[in-house]
Write a protein that binds this ligand. Sequence first.
Ligand SMILES: [Zn+2]
Length: 317
Amino acid sequence: MFFDAHSDIWSDVTNRRLRGETDILRRYHLPKLRKGGCEGSIFAFWTYAPYYRRTLDMMHCADLEIAECDEICIVHTYEELISAKRNSVFYVIKGVEGMAAIGDDPAGIDWYYDYGCRHGILTWNEENALAAGAVSGSSKGLTAAGKEVIRRMQQKGMVVDVSHLNEAGFYDIMDMTTAPVIASHSNAKAVCDVPRNLTDDQLRAIRDCGGVVGLNAFRKFVHPEDELQTVQQLTRHAAHIIDLIGIDHVGCGFDFCEFLEDENGDLPTERSNPYGLMDCSEVPNFFACLRDMGLSDNELDKIAYENFHRVLKQILR
Ligand SMILES: [Zn+2]
């Protein structure tokens, strides 16, 4: 079984519910998650403009879905997570991917927390009043409000995630953090040089704060060339990160998005994920490749869930 630190399934739940569908998790997602061996995940509220309206829609649709589906459990603490895992119930941590909805008001983090979110990324790819994304074109770091949000998140016991941030924002967080920080869905720039992947220095900084990097199966973050966008190539990212910062700082954050509509409501016209890892049901291929690379059962368990669990145990209370 493995833990997936990043999924956009709330987006699909929202889009379908807004069109009048119901029972989305059970009909479309839980079968694939179970087949792939996913035991639980961070489901992120990824929002686009109008941010506040979209966030309300997502929260509302997630609530309806949760009320309807007794096969998942929303968890807020590590104890709840472990109890769900023991009972083989699929557990979900609510997360935030992009906080543009709260503008420049740090108290907005209380709103997310009170709704049940225990994880957050300040920005998606945009520049907002808190920070700037890796592909925003801006090189500014965190704003005063962004720093205050990070402080409050850590006081409250929320997981701080640096995926999507530009380098200035990344290092601003590293300079102030009082807890392990994760990059839930980012690969190694040394293996595939795109803005959303992490430099070796960034990877070392995540190791130094006790954090974890989640390997991302989005094909363009795996390799620039189509035919090399394969599950084997993703294991090269794993190998690089393990060589550089050790086995204790690598996990899974697959970011499967074959179901993910864009801001215009259009589904991807081409495949989203690497050959051999086209959706969550194919994750066993990924672990088979890691095994072929020579990793032991203990090492595979660290990547599958133990490393992220270590961080969650330290933060979620
Ligand atoms: Zn993302």
